[in-house]
Design a protein around this ligand. Structure first.
Ligand code: IPE
Ligand code: IPE
Ligand code: MG
Length: 244
């Protein structure tokens, strides 16, 4: 991944027409717990079902020529959950990585991680690093997984990394290049499932001109058709970027 920062909007100014799809889509995958509760199942069953929704969404994103799919998998605030749930989530992540790695490779998926994922412990970190390495030659779709990610922490870390530089050298491009998402195309579409209408500390800088889409679907029920519908909604929006 080049460290060059792309600041131009990914669609032409003033319109989103002409069949331009989003290059970069991010999803706050929410509602696993409620999905499980509706079925009288433990929360972990919801997370397991959520992992299946990831597979479907990934496939749909690749089919629709999305370049980057960024998924919020674990927030820096999710440590507030009971230890058992955190441990279930870590276990599922390790399991999913193991099971899906070959398929991801075959589908041409590159993997990138954002957030302070080192907090997940040496075993999972080693597996994650191995997966990133294994998929590093792929280029069809970049899957960005946010793990122990918090936008405020990301912004503070960026500020710290720039602190030694002369003030004139710190512009928007330099700031963007100091974020975990350095070099990725601008975020075009940010989807949150489960009906919650908030960002929960996700991609605060990157969402500056993203189209926001809040859908009632609980994450485990999200599938290819839901993704296609979201892209349809995106293409019906008129992006102005402050112009007219
Ligand atoms: C999203 O589902 C998954 C993670 C945050 C890891 P939730 O677990 O937040 O599900 P709800 O919001 O309780 O339904
Ligand atoms: C946001 O969902 C984090 C992820 C989807 C990983 P949460 O369920 O943690 O968010 P809040 O607590 O409802 O804001
Ligand atoms: Mg939630």
């Amino acid at each position: 991944m080049s460290s060059a920062v792309e600041t131009r909007p990914s669609t032409s100014l003033g319109t989103n027409g002409g069949g331009d799809g989003p290059r970069h889509v991010a999803i706050i995958m929410d509602g696993n717990g409620r999905w499980a509760a509706q079925r009288g199942l433990p929360r972990v069953a919801g997370h397991r079902a959520g992992a299946e929704a990831v597979r479907k969404t990934l496939r749909a994103a690749a089919e629709h020529q999305v370049e980057v799919l960024t998924l919020y998998a674990f927030s820096s605030e999710n440590w507030r959950r009971p230890e058992e749930e955190v441990s279930d989530l870590k276990g599922l992540l390790g399991y999913y990585l193991e099971r899906e790695l070959d398929a991801l490779d075959k589908e041409g998926v590159r993997l990138r991680l954002i957030g302070d994922y080192r907090a997940f412990g040496p075993e999972l970190v080693a597996r994650l690093d191995k997966a990133v390495e294994r998929l590093s030659g792929n280029s069809r779709l970049t899957l960005v997984v946010a793990l122990n990610y918090g936008a405020r922490a990301e912004l503070v870390a960026a500020a710290k990394s720039l602190a030694g530089q002369p003030a004139e050298a710190i512009d928007e491009a330099a700031f963007a290049a100091a974020l975990d998402t350095a070099g990725l195309p601008e975020l075009d579409l940010l989807i949150r499932t489960s009906g919650e209408v908030r960002l929960s500390n996700f991609l605060l800088w990157q969402a500056a001109y993203a189209e926001l889409l809040f859908v009632p679907t609980l994450w485990p029920d999200f599938d290819e058709a839901c993704f296609a519908a979201a892209l349809g909604e995106f293409s019906a929006r008129q992006r102005r970027f402050g112009g007219r």
